[in-house]
Write a protein that binds this ligand. Sequence first.
Ligand SMILES: Nc1ncnc2c1ncn2[C@@H]1O[C@H](COP(=O)(O)OP(=O)(O)OP(=O)(O)O)[C@@H](O)[C@H]1O
Ligand SMILES: [Mg+2]
Length: 245
Amino acid sequence: MNLRGGVKLILRVENICKHFGGLKVMDHMSLEVKKGEIVGIMGPNGAGKTTLINIISGFEKADTGEIYLNNERITNMEPHIIAQKGIRRSFQTASNFPEETIAENVRAALICGNYMNKQQEQQKVEEILDEVKMLGLAKKKVCEVPSVCSKLIELCRCLIANPLLVLLDELYAGLTWEESKMVTKLLKEKREKQGISFILIEHRTEILFDAVDRIVVMSQGSKFFEGLPSEVVANESVAKLYWGR
Ligand SMILES: Nc1ncnc2c1ncn2[C@@H]1O[C@H](COP(=O)(O)OP(=O)(O)OP(=O)(O)O)[C@@H](O)[C@H]1O
Ligand SMILES: [Mg+2]
């Protein structure tokens, strides 16, 4: 069994390297996520945070290195296969079907590998929309609601499919403090009740530190530092890298 300190590892990323032409963007990056753990990733613009998520979710292919989900090798599999295996993700720029309703946009995530009937699907969609306080907007078209709703629709799409691991790339960007608090509360409930693990990328440290168990700081495609939020705050090298002091 794949245990670390008695806790099950859900994700192992080992020594990932990636070039775009002559540009090295991932340089022996490694990362582990335990079952039910919320891991934050921070780092300067261009550090490789989105590329890492793209590689884990199959949207980009690694040059070298390995990725394991629940001990199964998933390196460089196609995105829809990785999604079926239990990794769901949001995108830094949310994309939805603007002419469809919010409910339809969320229901779209149930299409692959779904054995529910229409009524069960609708119930699932309503439950998750209620959890992000958007049930009252279910029948509105996406183009009719504020753009910030797109972020919450993406989150609903990730959560509705009973994932093992959810990768959220700057999900909080554009959310108010109250909306951010609601999202953090929901993520913590999901890990408690369903054992879902999360990787969060976020620049605003006051939000990130409140949401996560552990932080990985990236720089130039590698892990620069790893620790508790309190250890990240206290580390002088991180302060220099991130806040320039
Ligand atoms: N498809 C691509 N082709 C060429 N270069 C790319 C591509 N995608 C990313 N890069 C480069 O890879 C590096 C890492 O980019 P990435 O988007 O992963 O950074 P990031 O840490 O997510 O940054 P940000 O905080 O701005 O979102 C950057 O130098 C970027 O310009
Ligand atoms: Mg990014």
